[in-house]
Design a protein around this ligand. Structure first.
Ligand code: MN
Length: 207
């Protein structure tokens, strides 16, 4: 099978108290695993070896090449696989704080301050009705922006740029611990963001 579930770079309970172990176990082992399995199934159904072997970012950039019968399944599950893979790597047990270097500068220039960026990002996360993601994106024009997408869409699928940081606001990401209190989960997220990793992504986009 071409796409595989990446292992978590930390233990299930490593993000406590901000995200509980049971949520991580189900989120990674059931939800993310299902996106991978269903993506592989949909790709197999296309009968195209070329599509099946395509790297995930290139696949999401070329969804129009996927036969219509499988396109929605590839979009939803391929998006889900990419988004969650990025999400796990964006978090760290001793995360939090703030970005440094060129990313810190870009955030200040674009939003006025790190706090103003956080407010905008939280608004995107809270304003997404139903399931989806909030994003900090490196745009196709070289600027950074905050936005949100529904379902398992992302800036690659929408062709607006490359995701630097994403927050999963599906209820499955927080319901066990926070129930309906999405705002508390969004606040807790700031204690987990691995800004050195996000800064590396920004540097890669700029290069
Ligand atoms: Mn999720």
């Amino acid at each position: 099978m071409p796409h595989t579930l990446p292992s978590l770079p930390y233990a299930f309970d490593a993000l406590e108290p901000h995200i509980d172990a049971r949520t991580m176990e189900i989120h990674h082992g059931k939800h993310h695993a299902a996106y991978v399995a269903n993506l592989n199934k949909a790709l197999e159904a296309t009968g195209s070896a070329g599509l099946t072997e395509l790297e995930i970012v290139r696949l999401l950039r070329n969804l129009k090449e996927v036969p219509e019968a499988q396109r929605t399944a590839v979009r939803n599950n391929g998006g889900g696989h990419y988004n969650h893979s990025l999400f796990w790597m964006s978090l760290a047990p001793r995360g939090g704080g703030r970005p440094t270097g060129p990313l810190a500068k870009a955030i200040e220039t674009t939003f006025g301050s790190f706090e103003a960026f956080q407010t905008k990002f939280e608004e995107a996360a809270m304003g997404r009705f139903g399931s989806g993601w909030a994003w900090l994106t490196y745009g196709t024009d070289g600027t950074i922006a905050v936005g949100s997408t529904p379902n398992q869409d992302n800036p690659i699928i929408e062709a607006t740029g490359t995701p630097l940081l994403g927050l999963d606001v599906w209820e499955h990401a927080y319901y066990l611990q926070y129930q309906n209190r999405r705002a508390e989960y969004v606040k807790a997220f700031w204690s987990l963001v691995d800004w050195s990793e996000i800064g590396r992504r920004y540097a890669t986009c700029k290069a």
